[in-house]
Design a protein around this ligand. Structure first.
Ligand SMILES: Nc1ncnc2c1ncn2[C@@H]1O[C@H](COP(=O)(O)OP(=O)(O)OP(=O)(O)O)[C@@H](O)[C@H]1O
Ligand SMILES: [Mg+2]
Length: 126
């Protein structure tokens, strides 16, 4: 008996247009990053598309990072971005100056805007 794949495994039934968009987005990497904005009624399948995208990316050896946001974090600037990118900060030196500057500004590396304690370590500058 063959393995039964559930939608939780990234199998998307139908949604050909969304599947094509995800595949186009992945094919453009790593040279061209793009954004796919999913919106729709509750239960319509937004998370299913996301799972499909993550599954496809992993299958193509593309690193997948994810994060969440809670309304209580409204007053904490870039909280979700911080959680998303914190594991990669030691590699920020690999970024082109413009992107690195943007990241530094977002994470408070600008002396005019003191960084959160856990981002102020020298490793951010390596
Ligand atoms: N195209 C699809 N193929 C397979 N399963 C699907 C598809 N669309 C939705 N589902 C399944 O239907 C259920 C609801 O979908 P999902 O959780 O993705 O909706 P959602 O839009 O993210 O909902 P919410 O707005 O509540 O977060 C899930 O079990 C999901 O796996
Ligand atoms: Mg969802």
């Amino acid at each position: 008996m063959g393995a039964h794949l559930r939608s939780d495994d990234g199998v998307l039934i139908g949604r050909e247009h969304e599947q094509e968009q995800v595949q186009d987005l992945l094919a453009a990497l790593p040279h061209k990053g793009r954004l796919l904005h999913l919106s729709g009624a509750p239960g319509i399948g937004k998370s299913a598309v996301l799972r499909f995208a993550a599954h496809e990316a992993t299958r193509q050896d593309i690193c997948v990072l994810s994060t969440t946001w809670a309304p209580a974090e409204r007053q904490v600037p870039h909280a979700a971005l911080h959680r998303l990118l914190h594991p990669l900060l030691p590699h920020s030196g690999d970024l082109p100056p413009r992107e690195r500057g943007t990241l530094d500004a977002a994470f408070g590396a600008d002396p005019a805007a003191p960084a959160p304690r856990d981002l102020a370590r020298p490793r951010c500058a390596c």
